[in-house]
Design a protein around this ligand. Sequence first.
Ligand code: ZN
Length: 361
Amino acid sequence: MLKAFQYRLYPSKAQSEALLEMLETCRRLYNRSLAERRDAYEREGKSLNYYDQANTLREQRMQNQYLARVNYSATQDVLRRLDKAFQAFFRRVKAGEKPGYPRFKVKGRYDSVTFPAYGNGCRLKDGRLYFQHVGRVKLKLHRPLEGRIKTVTVRRKADGWYASFVCEVEAVPLPPSDKMCGVDLGLESFAVTSDGEFFPAAKYLRKAARNLKRLQRQVSRREKGSNRRKKAVHRLAKAHLHIANQRKDTAHKVARSLVNRYGLIAVEDLKVGNMLKNHRLAGSISDAGWNLFVNILKAKAAEAGRQVVEVDPRNTSQACSGCGRIVPKPLSERWHTCPACGTSLHRDVNAAINILRRAAA
Ligand SMILES: [Zn+2]
């Protein structure tokens, strides 16, 4: 199975300039190739594919000194990304969805380059990460890498440079467990289990939202193109990144705790759930990061040989976990009391039990 590891990079000034140049060259290649596909179609009704475009790379490199300074496989990866964008576009057209033609990447919005074959143009050596045409960049291995490295992606974020390694690792199953739990994802608590365990919602979100609003106002007040605006934009991006990191941290902790203890974990199927359950709270839902959590949970479970089951969330909070009767209650009502069988418990625990029961059925 594949597992990703991310580390912070500490390039020198010259190295970070070289990395920026690499991003910019790849961005231009991406946009040029996108235009080429569009023109070929508009002028000749011809659809170019990845191979049509990759076949021109060698020649382009001979004429373009910037392109020649980027690892060859990494430039192939740029074309593969573009190809994926087109594949997704065609899929949407076919499915009758709103297609959304692949877009040009504006400056500053193309922020990563992938070396698809480790060892080719990118290699770890003596505690540094070597990139072809950039040099040996310092990195902090705050946790050990595992398995065999397959790809490396260098990425620019608001707070600096990072390298992500995707590695092939052996799954390390935990001892089997026949314990099962259902998990209700919520806003009041981040997660509540059928055993009555509450994982609190991260408190930072509300405070962070206020902070974001303030920074957003700062950006819009400042004059376009000014240095002061650039600084404000950077602060805003950093605040967003900070929230994303904290959200990821919470998700990892809760998922780890569940996977360690349960052989089967049942969650709501969010593809159905988001629409049905709390449509009034769409903003809060994206804040809560449930999708992120479920993805992390699935990855950890797969690694540990444990099972995650996604169930239809319809009526999980309204149905009585004691007798199955539908007991309607508004979202503000936090307690479930069944007039038929007398079952009385926290609303979210009731939902979690229903979720588990569906998975077991
Ligand atoms: Zn009941």
